[in-house]
Design a protein around this ligand. Structure first.
Ligand code: ADP
Length: 438
C-alpha cells in the first residue's frame, strides 16, 4: 500500500508538471492579455484541483488562481530553483495536511537558465488522494480478512474430509491389532484412500482365513495325535486287565508299535513342513522322465487299490538340474492327492501325466478327473494348513490330511526356481501345471 501511495503521488506530480508547463507556455505566448491569463489559470486550477500562481522574476505574484496572493512576494526553495532554470517539486506537511508543491520556470530563451521571466508554482493538497488510498487499504484489509477466514474454514473442512477416512482406517488397524481379525471397513471415497481401504479389507479377510486355517490345522493335528494315543491307552488298559496269553501280548504290542509309527510319521511330516524353508537342495543333472517313472511305480499299487487309473501321455526326455529326492516328494504329494480326491460317483477315475519340452521350458501336467476345487478355494490351496472344509470331502470317509502337502510341493518347486499353478473345475477335476525353465 505504501508503494501504491508513492506511485499515486508520483502520478499526481507528473500531471501537475504537465499542467504547470502548459500554463507556462500559454503565459509566455499571451502575457500581455492578463484577463485571458487569469481565466486560463483559474480554469486550469479548477481542473487540476490545485492552486496555481504565476510569479515574475522578482518573486512577485502576477496571477493567483485563488486571487489572495496577487502582488505579494512569495519565496521558497522551489521558486528559487525555478528562477535558476530548474523544475522542482517537494511535499510538505501544512497544518497537518500533506501538500505537493512544484514549480517550473517561464523562460523566453529556451536555453536553460537564460532569460527566466518568471515561475509557475502549483500547490495541491494530497489529502483526498491519501484518504482514498487509506480507504482502499481498509477495504483490502477487510476483504483479506474475510477471504482468509473463508479459506481457513474451507481448508479445515477439506482437511476434515480428507482425514476422516484415514482416522477410521487407523481405528480399523487398531481393531485388527487387538485381535478382531476379519474386520471389514465400509467403502469410503475413491482414489488412493479407497484403494487403501480395499487393500485393508482384503488383508483383514486374508488374516482371518489364515487364522481359521491355523485353528483347523491345530485341531486336525491334535485329533490325528489323539486317535493313536487313545488306541494305545485302550490297548495298554486291556493288557493290564487280568492274565493274558503270550500271543495276545504280542498282538497288542504290535498294534501299539503301529500306532507309534503312525504318530512318528505325522510328527516327521510336521517337522519337515516347518523346516523345509531352511533345507538346502542337493542339485544334480537328472532325467525328469526317469524321476516320473520312479514315482509312478511307487504310487501305482496305492492307485490300483483305490481304482484310479494312471495314464502316461506324451513324456519328452528332459535333463534338468534338480534335487531328485525333493522333486520325487513333491510329485508323490500331487499324485497322492489325485487319488485321495477322486470322485467316487464317477465310472472311471484317472490320473493323466504328461511332460512336454518346448524351446524355453518344460511343462509337466498332472491332471485328474476327481472332485475338483471350488474357485474360491483355489487361491488358498497352497497355504500351509489349508483344507477345503467342504461337506463333499467330509462325506468321503478315509480322506484325511493336514493341509500341508501342497505347501510343501510349492516350496520345493519354487526353491528350484520353477513355477506351479492349478486349474480346476468343481465336479470335473483338477490340473496342476509345473513350468520348468530350461
Ligand atoms: P491335504 O493334506 O488336505 O491333502 P494338501 O495341502 O495336499 O492337504 O491339499 C490342500 C487341499 O487342497 C486339500 O484339502 C484338498 O481340499 C485340495 N486338493 C488338493 N489336491 C486336490 C485334487 N487333486 N483334487 C481336489 N482337491 C484337491
Amino acid at each position: 500500500m505504501n508503494k501504491y501511495e508513492e506511485l499515486r503521488i508520483r502520478n499526481e506530480e507528473i500531471r501537475l508538471f504537465q499542467t504547470a508547463n502548459i500554463v507556462a507556455d500559454i503565459y509566455r505566448a499571451n502575457q500581455e492579455d492578463i484577463i485571458l491569463i487569469n481565466t486560463m489559470v483559474k480554469s486550469y486550477g479548477r481542473q487540476a484541483d490545485a492552486r496555481i500562481l504565476i510569479l515574475n522574476s522578482q518573486k512577485k505574484v502576477v496571477v493567483d488562481s485563488f486571487n489572495s496572493y496577487v502582488n505579494k512576494v512569495v519565496d521558497n526553495e522551489e521558486i528559487r530553483n525555478s528562477l535558476e532554470g530548474k523544475s522542482k517539486s517537494a511535499t510538505y506537511m501544512l497544518g497537518g495536511k500533506k501538500v505537493l508543491q512544484l514549480s517550473v520556470p517561464i523562460s523566453f530563451d529556451m536555453e536553460e537558465g537564460k532569460g527566466i521571466e518568471g515561475v509557475v508554482l502549483i500547490s495541491a493538497s494530497l489529502d483526498k488522494m491519501i484518504s482514498d488510498v487509506r480507504s482502499l487499504k481498509n477495504t483490502l484489509i477487510s476483504v483479506s480478512a474475510i477471504s482468509l477466514s473463508v479459506s481457513l474454514f474451507l481448508t479445515i473442512m477439506a482437511a476434515n474430509r480428507l482425514t476422516r477416512p484415514i482416522r477410521s482406517l487407523s481405528n480399523a488397524v487398531e481393531r485388527l491389532s487387538s485381535g478382531n481379525l476379519g474386520y471389514q471397513m465400509n467403502k469410503q471415497g475413491s482414489g488412493e484412500i479407497g484403494k487403501l481401504i480395499e487393500s485393508f479389507n482384503e488383508m483383514s479377510g486374508k488374516l482371518k482365513m489364515i487364522e481359521n486355517n491355523r485353528k483347523h490345522f491345530i485341531s486336525s493335528i491334535s485329533h490325528e495325535l489323539k486317535t493313536p494315543l487313545t488306541a494305545i491307552r485302550i490297548l495298554i488298559d486291556s493288557l493290564s486287565l487280568g492274565e493274558n496269553r503270550m500271543e495276545t501280548y504280542k498282538e497288542f504290542l504290535e498294534d501299539i508299535r503301529e500306532e507309534t509309527i503312525r504318530m512318528s510319521q505325522l510328527v516327521d511330516y510336521l517337522l519337515k513342513s516347518i523346516k523345509l524353508e531352511d533345507v538346502s537342495l542337493d542339485m544334480k543333472v537328472e532325467d525328469m522322465a526317469e524321476i516320473l517313472e520312479d514315482v509312478v511305480k511307487l504310487i501305482k499299487p496305492y492307485a490300483q487299490k483305490n481304482d484310479v487309473l494312471i495314464y502316461m501321455e506324451r513324456i519328452d526326455r528332459l535333463s534338468i538340474k534338480c534335487d531328485k529326492n525333493k522333486v520325487k516328494e513333491a510329485l508323490m504329494n500331487l499324485f497322492d492327492n489325485a487319488v485321495k480326491y477322486k470322485d467316487p460317483y464317477k465310472e472311471e477315475n484317472n490320473l493323466v501325466i504328461s511332460m512336454k519340452k518346448f524351446t524355453t521350458e518344460g511343462v509337466l501336467t498332472i491332471e485328474d478327473n476327481g472332485i475338483g476345487i471350488k474357485e474360491d478355494d483355489l487361491y488358498s490351496i497352497f497355504d500351509r494348513g489349508f483344507r477345503v472344509l467342504d461337506s463333499s470331502i467330509n462325506m468321503i470317509s478315509e480322506v484325511n490330511g493336514y493341509g500341508i502337502g501342497l505347501s510343501i510341493v510349492k516350496n520345493i518347486i519354487e526353491k528350484h526356481g520353477w513355477k506351479i499353478s492349478v486349474e480346476s473345475t468343481y465336479g470335473k477335476g483338477t490340473k496342476f501345471i509345473i513350468n520348468i525353465p530350461l
